[in-house]
Design a binder for this molecule. Sequence first.
Ligand code: FAD
Length: 401
Amino acid sequence: MSRAFDFLVIGAGIVGLATAAELQRRNPRARVAVIDKEAAVAQHQTGHNSGVIHAGVYYAPDSLKARYCRAGLRATFEFCAAHDVPHRRCGKLIVATDARDEARLRDLAARAAHNGLTLEWLDRAGIAAREPRVRGVAALYVAETGIADYPALCAALANDIRARDGELLLGHEVLAIQERADEAVVETSQGALRGARLVVCGGLQADRLARLAGLETSLAIVPFRGDYFRLPAARSALVSTLIYPVPDPALPFLGVHLTLTADGGLTLGPSAMLALAREIYRPWAWQARDAVDALRYAGTWRLLARYPRAGIAELLHAASRRAYLTAARRYCPELVLDDLATWSCGIRAQAVSPAGELIHDFAFAGTARSVHVLNAPSPAATAAFPIAEAVVTRLLGEAPA
Ligand SMILES: Cc1cc2nc3c(=O)[nH]c(=O)nc-3n(C[C@H](O)[C@H](O)[C@H](O)COP(=O)(O)OP(=O)(O)OC[C@H]3O[C@@H](n4cnc5c(N)ncnc54)[C@H](O)[C@@H]3O)c2cc1C
């Protein structure tokens, strides 16, 4: 006999867990279950990211990313404080190292002001006063940015869900999804589950889960791998804020940055290279199905053709620690090769259109009984609580707040 729930949520990353918690908040008596193929929560993007609570500098004005990031910043700080999740409002510096960077930084400053941020513009001397080890011609100081231990945040969400009689069905791989007139039936590696409504937050598998459910979408997830290095403990006080380069405005990646971690460390990363495995973290990993899907998809090749320089630069970063170091030394000349101890890597789920366009904003789709989160790249960890509110509103057919 298959078990029945009011709401099934596929994916125990931060978006799925925040969605389950929001469903319980709005429907305290509902039977809610979160399904994930892994044995623990936060095993993919949520557990392999930079750990930054973004303030919303970069995102196109009035986009979902811009709106949800601002609301998510507040909600994430509040949740961390209320649940003793390690976090810190450490601030961030975006550093321009030449005239082209400086022009892009002025555009970013205008965008950030439109998004409601208060920023400080620093000249060369202002940078030296704030971060003596950092060099640049100009910088933006963003006081609101912070860091959080996202896996700990997810553990706290999972505890809350269980405490309200929700279930976490870990080790359940979703194999098929069938929607009927009155329910969705989810076939898993441990048997069938039925839900009156279904939310799918599958991260790197979002496109496959959508197709499994019969949703027509032309988008595909293209995985981008990001490698991180960790600096030795003796160097973790090198900077006291997060240090970012000025990103290429055409790309959703923010560049190799120096990031303080919630456990007191300092990391450098991530790169952004096309990956041939969606969920395997060894260097140069590939997996037949993932590689075939990525290489057979016209959008992948059109994307590479659009950004050949960025593609080559990222390949160099992946192949050579020295190339990686050169990028970071532009703003922190004191870094040396011995500082770069291989640490971890994350793989981003980035939706790409068949024309090779990167889908910048969060994207959702739905059927009568379900909502699918199709594109939730950075800053979706920061924005998870507002994303969850929007998903639940859509699922329940309510008017947005
Ligand atoms: C390198 C990197 C750096 C980043 N830095 C930041 C940052 O500093 N700040 C920020 O806000 N955001 C950052 N992000 C983005 C952020 O991590 C993601 O946007 C966010 O974690 C997405 O959460 P999710 O729940 O949608 O996906 P995930 O965390 O990937 O969760 C998806 C879940 O679905 C499950 N699943 C998939 N298929 C199935 C199936 N068939 N059956 C059962 N379960 C399934 C998976 O096992 C997984 O647990 C970064 C991402 C990366 C990769």
